[in-house]
Design a protein around this ligand. Sequence first.
Ligand code: PLP
Length: 484
Amino acid sequence: MTPEEFRRHGRQVVDWIADYLAGIESHPVMSQVKPGEIRRALPSAPPERGEPFESVLSDLERLLLPGITHWQHPGFFAYFPSNASGPAILGDLLSSGLGVQGMLWVTSPACTELETVVVDWLAELLGLPGHFRTDAAGGGVIQDSASSACLVALLAALHRAGDGRVTEEGITRRYALYVSSQTHSSLERAARIAGLGAAGVRLVDVDPRTLAMDPAHLRTLLDRDRADGIVPAMVCATVGTTSTTAVDPVPEIGAVCRERGVWLHVDAAYAGVATVCPELRWLNDGVAEYADSYATNPHKWLLTNFDCGVLWTADRGPLLAALSSLPEYLRNAATSAGSVIDYRDWQVPLGRRFRALKLWSVIRWYGAEGLRAHIRQGVGLAQELAGWIAADPGFEPHEPHPLGLVCFRPRWPGLDAREADRATMRLLELLNASGSMYLTHTRIGDRAVLRMAIGGAATERRHVEQAWERIRTEHAALSRTLPG
Ligand code: PLP
């Protein structure tokens, strides 16, 4: 493709995306295709001869669009939001256009140095401590995901816990990772990848009401393990759990970790970016005092297209010691002089995309003010929705719900718990099949509940109102068909 051809097709693509976003409400939120349907519609063999780019675009529209779940649809309330935005799309496009692979400072100095500036900016915007800044002992780095961030944190923690032995000898002693039943599954996977195995993961109890980790039980588990010759490697506290946005008590957990010299990782994948709002800074309680590492995902709720997760560490020493290596083919004067950052030492892969460009575009386009407005809109709508739910005798909201997620249980008078859960899941299926919204579920106290996560870039009050109206209507209709 020549630059002129690229210009022509590039315009078509940008127009296509603009039309798609402008008309997104005309699509069913959740793809309604059956497994295998898209694959069957596609040619099984690659073309021998090149095809015009228009064919790619028309097949995207004709064959693939039915198999797309529209994450940017204003009725998307599933999982957590995965915000896209104009400046992020354009920043990503520029990154693709430059085609930079920023594994080392020397492979594109601006890729590294912009990233340093942007993660330091973000630390400031979120009110994170000064020692997370790159000009202090710590520093931030953009990862593809919070899952990678927790794996990298665990490798650094293992390095520190074993006084460097894990990095040299591998896992020759028993190490443990401490999480709760509410911790994201990526932590258990990190333990498996790092060689601790599922047996190296300890489940700390949670408060049955708030679902927050119990620091006293953590202390008991740590002391028991130490007495048994097991080395506690890392504790993961979550600020905003995936299931219900529960907030673990980081100050108390941190104090336990500090007393026992254990690495504290704070996983704020979803909720962390909300601290751009001063009124939500309480989510950072204990982070400055105790966190050895901290992660949040601009790719969830901060208007930055997937993928963009940021990991900060209070001391980059163990991280670099755990992950640095310098084969001959990567040697260069800047690295040898030790005068530059090579972010490949801060992550699992060698190669890395120029992700800082999209985060930079987003922060510059919206400014702190615009980012705050976006978070406040999500939180405000969620609080309104929670009020409607609480006022309706047919539903019961789960408390607390401090952010953009509201979990709630439909009531099914006359049904026992199992039948009621089945009815809740049936309601969920009906709502998602309607095409007007997409919700997911979780279990709280072994009961099925619906999750409605608000925070899409296009979601306005009317969308939440319409969704709530439909939930009530479908619930009433389904109730009429049930015995009891
Ligand atoms: N941690 C928490 C609390 C999450 O909610 C999630 C995803 O929802 C993750 C980690 C994993 O995020 P990622 O998809 O960036 O790996």
